[in-house]
Design a protein around this ligand. Structure first.
Ligand SMILES: C[S@@+](CC[C@H](N)C(=O)[O-])C[C@H]1O[C@@H](n2cnc3c(N)ncnc32)[C@H](O)[C@@H]1O
Length: 196
């Protein structure tokens, strides 16, 4: 079973009702405040899922030129129905159909941990951004051991070695990182990059 098979069975509306993933989750609040501070007008979200952060982008800037990409057709279909004013398309983070430096702000939440080759995904985000890239990672507390878990018949939920992640990312000019608790025994980092 591939990853889209898993996500196609997720009820998109649960994202908005679930307190852990809902609209007011701290990292979504920080995302919105960054859009505001940086006065972003044109952005891409990769792995937009049910579109929670599309709503956030439009709330911050009603004129936001927003594009949302997701690999799961059901998520894109849901977003198109729920937000007909939005621009949503199917696509894979590993091969995005955009030229270098196409967006002021590229955002990707809760996707990199689901990839085996997160470095390739991150490089693609960085390539198409002409300004900022905002990503999150979650990682285990008190351990630097690489772990890889397979949940739900093929849904990959990788917990990468945090030191390795940071070593790779430090080459990409991170400008800010905030750490948040996430569920039990996990914490989550939201990391902002600015292309030189
Ligand atoms: C945990 S959900 C996060 C959704 C959204 N970013 C949020 O935080 O509300 C992960 C999403 O990533 C999408 N996804 C997984 N692998 C992907 C890939 N290779 N390219 C694009 N999207 C992907 C899934 O279809 C799913 O909608």
């Amino acid at each position: 079973m591939d990853i889209t098979s898993f996500w196609s069975r997720v009820n998109p509306d649960l994202f908005l009702q679930n307190a852990d993933e809902g609209y007011n989750k701290p990292i979504r609040q920080l995302y919105r405040s960054l859009l505001e501070q940086l006065k972003v007008n044109k952005m891409l979200e990769v792995g937009c899922g049910p579109g929670v952060d599309f709503l956030g982008a439009k709330t911050v800037n009603p004129n936001m030129d927003y594009t949302g990409v997701d690999i799961t057709p059901q998520m894109i279909e849901h977003c198109r129905l729920k937000y007909p004013e939005g621009n949503f398309m199917e696509g894979n983070i590993l091969n995005l159909p955009f030229a270098d430096n196409s967006f002021e702000f590229v955002y990707c939440k809760d996707v990199l941990n689901h990839l085996d080759n997160w470095e390739a995904g991150f490089s693609e985000l960085y390539r198409i951004s002409g300004g900022f890239v905002l990503v999150n990672f979650f990682h285990g507390l008190g351990t630097t051991t690489f772990k890889k878990r397979e949940l739900h018949e093929g849904y990959l939920n990788n917990i990468f070695d945090w030191n390795e992640v940071m070593t790779t990312l430090s080459a990409f000019n991170p400008v800010e990182m905030r750490i948040y608790p996430r569920l039990c025994l996990l914490e989550e980092a939201l990391i902002l990059f600015q292309k030189a």
